[in-house]
Design a protein around this ligand. Structure first.
Ligand code: UTP
Length: 283
């Protein structure tokens, strides 16, 4: 059965962008002319996802509003004859169906995914972490769904990281059944470089079966006192890792966001030339 639902955990405080995130959700920070969040929603839509569950917290209401209709604004634009802006506003509102659920306390990514259970239809679903933005010819969600259709079970996106940084990521190990596909036998959250079973880290894209929810309910708090998604994933009977192709940016920190902004700005059909000239000027 086609996978059509995605969970986007966006309840986090975004402390690396404080004080800005006191007032503005980091998911709405712009990459050129669109918020970060639109990039990942568009990626998922391109892979056949139609329904999104945002797991939010206080102060994140603007995320839902961004994808909602805005009748007063639309009427104003229409009356003023600003038809291309009107089309753009309507395009965003028709991109996706969004519902929100609240995570009442920051108890970790695993807990955030568990909060989405009542809003899902009891079928396999996708989890997307909006901090991870990937520019790829085939959307990463689509790459994962292709593996899911072939192998079943859970599928996670994998990326090679420098060995000295394994202590920042969830790390997977197991036999490579194809050059880009691992049958996962071990998953470890943030292992020290000397103890890491590989240097392949999980990037924020997952295809999950509903069996994950019972496992999350019985997962004790792990690293950092939080319920870790990786700990529950490690207990699933079947999981594959897909080493995705594409340019990956971690927009959850200021330098990663700047890198994504430069990447997309210098390739932008309207602003690319100006952006490249600016880069040359500041080089
Ligand atoms: P991070 O660990 O990056 O935390 O969460 P954060 O709050 O977004 O940012 P920093 O580290 O304070 O700067 C990874 C993803 O999991 C979500 C976050 O919103 C982010 O998308 N998350 C994390 C939740 O939704 N709930 C949690 O309890 C923890």
């Amino acid at each position: 059965m086609a996978v059509t639902q995605a969970v986007l955990p966006v309840a986090g405080l975004g402390t690396r962008f404080l004080p800005l995130t006191k007032a503005v959700p980091k998911e709405l920070l712009p990459i050129v002319d669109r918020p970060c969040l639109e990039y990942v929603v568009a990626e998922a839509v391109a892979a056949g996802i139609t329904d999104f569950v945002f797991v939010t917290s206080r102060g994140k209401g603007a995320l839902e509003e961004y994808f909602d209709r805005s009748p007063a604004l639309e009427a104003t634009l229409e009356a003023a004859g600003k038809l291309s802006l009107l089309a753009e506003v309507r395009r965003v509102a028709s991109l996706a169906r969004v519902v929100s659920v609240r995570q009442d306390a920051m108890r970790g990514l695993g807990h955030a995914v568990l909060c989405a259970e009542p809003a899902l239809r009891g079928q396999d679903f996708v989890v997307i972490l909006p901090d991870d933005i990937v520019d790829a010819a085939e959307p990463v969600v689509g790459q994962l769904l292709r593996v899911h259709a072939e192998e079943g079970g859970a599928v996670v996106a994998l990326k090679n990281v420098p060995r000295e940084r394994t202590n920042r990521y969830g790390i997977c190990a197991g036999p490579m059944v194809r050059p880009d596909r691992m049958r996962i036998e071990r998953m470890v959250e943030k292992p020290a470089p000397a103890e890491a079973p590989s240097a392949l880290s999980i990037v924020g894209r997952y295809v999950l079966p509903t069996a994950i929810f019972d496992l999350l309910r019985s997962t004790p708090p792990g690293a950092g006192g939080e319920i870790q998604l990786t700990d529950a994933l490690a207990r699933l009977p079947l999981a594959h890792g897909h080493v995705f192709s594409g340019a990956h940016f971690d927009t959850g920190n200021p330098v990663g966001l700047l890198e994504a902004q430069l990447h997309y700005a210098t390739r932008h059909p309207e602003y690319g030339e100006a952006a490249r000239a600016l880069c040359a000027r500041f080089a």
